[in-house]
Design a protein around this ligand. Structure first.
Ligand SMILES: Nc1nc2c(ncn2[C@@H]2O[C@H](COP(=O)(O)OP(=O)(O)OP(=O)(O)O)[C@@H](O)[C@H]2O)c(=O)[nH]1
Ligand SMILES: [Mg+2]
Length: 420
């Protein structure tokens, strides 16, 4: 497990980088997001620099003049950490550390660090540990790792200590397979839970979206749950599932899960497969968008790309534009995606429309069926009301006919009573 703690005393310089072909506005936006990430990891941002390059410098990523500039800023501000908004190779990180004289992290390491800080459940902690080990392996470049881990503590140093490189690599590989097998057994457990839900055939929704878009707030508003909602990136790591009672639909469940971000580390995606599966298994995805964010368009693009990467593009998706209370009114005309609804998890605005939309989408995946219960089995109608809403009920002298809406799997559960 990751033992070290974030030091609230970490003072960071953030460095935004991009190639000359990228628009500067995007590099600046990205840098603001990186500052958010530093704060989420418990650090304080004491300075920021930007460089655009014709091409990457293989030794230090940024140009040598910029390295000197960073060093000066570190010295004048008393920073003890530099975070670069781009992936660094092991060699680049080492060279930068040697030149600048303080710890240097890249965006991936920072995100992994926040995850390490947030993980609450056993499974969550294992997933983060796996992602960190996988991230560490290709970065290892020898003795410098040892000196790094001796500095101890602070953002980005949560990991095993190192001695000889090859030994270390082997140890990490062994550790990776150990963590994987532990995860495997935790997941078996979770799969059983899911199966029990499937047996009851409760329609399920998963809240997905960019980090900080308001997924947890929406879960709380919709279901009366009390999960942590915070103005912070990656406040949620572990999934939470709650029942929801829709005015005109069957009892359903809603799952809140980890948020997405631009350049989500691939190791995290792999390690968080099980968490992501919660969303893959949902009948309907609710894509929560922060309508008030100046970066709304890019955030939508990031989420849509991940939806494709995970193969969810054929699922039913509801687009929920949240924080309508804080967004400029003209924003509503800049959005795309159907079906959609504008809401505020904060004020409750739009919740009725959202619930109605959820009902509509459920009924789209359901069909009307007729069930016949002979007198001796009429007591089963009570169980039926727990599974779905009864549209019509026709009592007769020998038994009762019920017209209900059902998903295909619900139908197979009740097939014994199905009327042709
Ligand atoms: N103004 C306004 N703020 C909101 C609304 N919904 C959520 N927020 C705020 O947005 C911030 C993030 O909300 P969360 O619900 O934690 O967002 P999340 O999507 O779960 O974020 P992560 O779990 O970090 O990915 C919090 O400070 C909320 O109070 C809304 O409708 N209007
Ligand atoms: Mg959340």
């Amino acid at each position: 497990m990751n033992k070290a703690q974030v030091k609230a005393t970490d003072r960071a310089i953030v460095v935004g980088v991009g190639l000359k072909t990228e628009p500067t506005s995007e590099i600046k936006e990205n840098l603001l997001e990186l500052e958010e990430l530093v704060r989420a990891a418990g650090g304080e941002v004491v300075g920021a620099l930007i460089q655009t390059l014709p091409q990457w410098n293989p030794a230090t990523l940024i140009g040598t003049g910029k390295v000197d500039e960073v060093k000066e800023m570190v010295q004048s501000s008393g920073a003890n950490l530099v975070v670069v908004d781009h992936q660094l190779s092991g060699v680049q990180a080492r060279n930068l550390e040697l030149s600048i004289g303080v710890k240097v992290l890249d965006r991936n390491q920072l995100i992994l660090d926040i995850f390490a800080l947030r993980a609450q459940t056993f499974e969550g902690k294992l997933q983060v540990e796996l992602a960190q080990l996988m991230d560490q392996l290709p970065r290892m470049v020898g003795a410098w790792m040892e000196s790094l881990s001796r500095q101890g503590g602070g953002i980005g140093t949560r990991g095993p200590g190192e001695t000889a490189l090859e030994n270390d690599r082997r140890r990490i590989r062994e550790k990776i397979s150990l963590v994987r097998s532990k995860l495997e057994s935790v997941r078996k457990n979770r799969a059983q839970h899911r199966q029990s839900r499937r047996r009851h055939e409760i329609p399920s929704f998963a809240l997905i979206g960019y980090t900080n878009s308001g997924k947890s707030s929406l879960l709380n508003r919709l279901t009366g749950a009390q999960v942590l909602a915070k103005n912070q990136v990656f406040a949620t790591l572990d999934p939470t599932t709650r029942k929801i009672f829709l005015p005109d639909g069957p009892p359903s469940v809603v799952t809140d899960t980890v948020g997405f971000i631009r350049k989500l580390p691939t190791q995290l995606i792999e390690a968080f497969k099980a968490t992501l599966e919660e969303s893959s298994e949902a009948d309907v995805l609710i894509h929560v968008v922060d309508l008030s964010s100046p970066n709304m368009k890019r955030q939508i693009e990031v989420v849509e790309k991940l939806i494709e990467e995970f193969g969810w593009q054929d699922k039913k998706i509801i687009h929920v534009f949240n924080k309508v209370d804080a967004a400029p009114p003209e924003r509503q005309f800049q959005v795309k995606g159907y079906p959609r609804v504008f809401v505020s998890a904060l004020t409750g605005q739009g919740m009725e429309q959202l619930k109605k939309l959820m009902c509509d989408v459920i009924s789209e995946i359901q069909t009307d069926v007729e069930l016949y219960f002979p007198r001796t089995d009429e007591h089963r109608i009570f169980d039926l009301t727990r599974d779905t809403k009864i549209v019509r009920r026709e009592p007769g002298s020998e038994g009762t006919i019920c017209v209900v809406q059902m998903t295909p799997s619900m139908i197979s559960k009740w097939k014994d009573y199905l009327v042709k």
